[in-house]
Design a protein around this ligand. Structure first.
Ligand code: HGY
Ligand code: MN
Ligand code: MN
Length: 409
């Protein structure tokens, strides 16, 4: 066993794989645009499958396009230990969000091959479909279907802002697999991810032992007014939905500030209809992303938001997704902490501000997450960056946490 504890991943190989994958959907400012089920997503999936098969894995695709690369263990009847995350990115995303966790899983497999280590049970690397929810809402869709949270046919019917159906796109890129009769419940599941916030970097710590994920809710806010001529209509005669929106958003930001610092709201998309410079819009649509670590506070914020909205005639708000705050599995967290300690990495416990597929995986299997810092705490932006030493550290912790859970059944 002492030999196994000496095993380390090949940091350069992992970094090179990340940089090669980052070329797919590369943007001018050094980020990535591999939105779910796009041609770039297909290319990324195909490259990942090629690498997994070259590493001796068999790869299966499920009905929502989730990928599962499987490395056999000594006893194939045992439940797998899983490492998963996502290959899809934000429209102007980075080179590490999601893809780090998938390729770290591949690096674990490559390292086990080099060390000729046979695990007790199989190892599975999962690449979940549409974690970001940027093109097709909601987020964490593939892991959510797999965990039984979202209905498959309803998921196929989701359309993007151009009217493209998710199911048709899955067909088009050739990643609509068979419906799996029974979920193959992992023995334990892990996800390594950049923190996407400033905490680890500010504390100069290398590893985050993630204790849980905060609650998240998404809404569509719409305000109807009267479209009219931009030049002839006096201001006092207008029923301008943008003006109502300005008042409303000011009140909603104040509501969040009163519930700070844990409360967070983001109005990521604001669209007018018809979108014309010299026409007062008929309607404005605003997306709302609301988060807090405590469900009771989230509930209260939702009630207050509904009151603010209902005070404006022609305004309505519709909740399209809610993911409750969750806690991760104690044994998985212990495996992460013990690995970080044994490897000599500075570490701390922390809650995740970002959503992750592990939220839904934790409904099916004991699950843990590992964070590493990212530069200036930035993510969901093209300048997203991570330190190669931290990328290596997170993957070493992943390797040894997975081996620890594989041995303890
Ligand atoms: O929205 C989230 O928190 C995740 O990064 N998709
Ligand atoms: Mn992510
Ligand atoms: Mn993300």
């Amino acid at each position: 066993l002492s030999d196994i504890n000496e095993v380390r991943i090949a940091g350069d190989r992992l970094w090179n794989s990340l940089m090669e994958m980052a070329r797919i959907g590369a943007t001018a400012k050094g980020g990535c645009n591999r939105q779910a089920l796009s041609d770039e997503d297909r290319a990324g999936r195909e490259l990942f499958i090629e690498w997994c098969e070259a590493a001796g894995c068999t790869v299966r695709v499920d009905a929502i396009g989730n990928l599962f690369a499987r490395r056999p263990g000594r006893d194939e009847t045992l439940a797998p230990v899983m490492a998963g995350s996502h290959l899809d990115t934000q429209p102007a995303g980075g080179r590490f969000d999601g893809v780090y966790g998938v390729l770290a899983g591949l690096e674990v497999v490559r390292t086990l091959n080099d060390a000729t280590i046979t695990t007790e049970g199989p190892i599975e690397i999962a690449a979940w479909t549409n974690e970001e929810g940027a093109r097709f809402a909601p987020a964490m869709l593939g892991s959510g279907v797999w965990a039984g949270v979202f209905d498959l046919d309803e998921s196929y019917a989701i359309v993007d802002r151009t009217g493209c159906r998710l199911g048709d796109e899955l067909d088009r890129i050739g990643f609509k697999g068979p419906v799996e009769t029974a979920v193959r419940r992992p023995h334990a599941a892990f996800e390594v991810h950049i923190e996407q916030g400033p905490i680890l970097e500010d504390a100069r710590q290398q590893i985050g032992i993630v204790t849980g994920v905060q609650g998240m809710r998404w809404y569509d806010l719409t305000i109807d007014g009267q479209s009219c001529h931009a030049g002839t209509t006096p201001m006092e005669l207008r029923d301008d939905p943008v003006r109502h929106m300005v008042t409303m958003l000011r009140e909603l930001y104040a509501l969040i500030d009163d519930n700070g610092p844990g409360a967070r709201v983001t109005f990521g998309e604001i669209t007018t209809h018809p979108a014309s410079r010299n026409t007062v819009p008929e309607r404005v649509a605003v997306t709302v992303d609301l988060r807090h670590p405590e469900e009771t506070v989230l509930e209260g914020l939702e009630v207050s938001m509904n009151e603010v909205v209902s005070a404006v005639s022609g305004a309505g708000v519709d909740r399209i997704w809610a993911s409750a705050a969750i806690d991760f599995d104690a044994q998985c967290m212990h495996a992460v902490a013990a690995s970080a300690k044994a490897l000599g990495y500075s570490h701390r416990r922390m809650v995740s501000g970002a959503g992750h597929d592990s939220v839904y995986v934790s409904r099916v299997a004991p699950t843990g997450m590992i964070f590493i810092p990212c530069e200036n705490g930035l993510s969901h932006t093209e300048v997203e960056n991570a330190d190669p030493d931290d990328i290596t550290a997170g993957c070493n912790v992943l390797l040894h946490a997975m081996l620890a859970r594989d041995r303890h059944r």
